[in-house]
Design a protein around this ligand. Sequence first.
Ligand SMILES: [Zn+2]
Length: 141
Amino acid sequence: MSEEARPLPAVPYLKLPEDGDPYLEGQKCGSCGSIFLSERTTCSKCGARGGFEATRLADRGRLYVFSIVHRSFPGIEVPYISAIVDLDGGGTVKGNLIGVDPDPEKLQFGMPVEVVYKDALGRKDSEGNSYISYFFQPANG
Ligand SMILES: [Zn+2]
């Protein structure tokens, strides 16, 4: 793969190491251990300033809440499942849940999910860059 063809992460907290598996990165408060996805200077949980440390987040978690989206932008296939997942070890991440029918009967709050990394629906930007995004899919146990 040439340097130009290398896909880019769709969001800043998705890391694509050159020689390793993709992962999500959070910022961990050195004072209370709360994890946030974006860089910040003050912890919204304990109020500590500074002292954040980048930390690799788990690839597994539990479905905290979901909603089935029936209307979206042109070109976006609906329905799909928008989910919020509590990752094992900390960090709460929003993303799309795939690999399961968008049917409330098939989804349960607290069900185990894993993070998977895929091409972001084949979309490219005006410079021809492709993007890798993350999704959730049901996991065993
Ligand atoms: Zn804190």
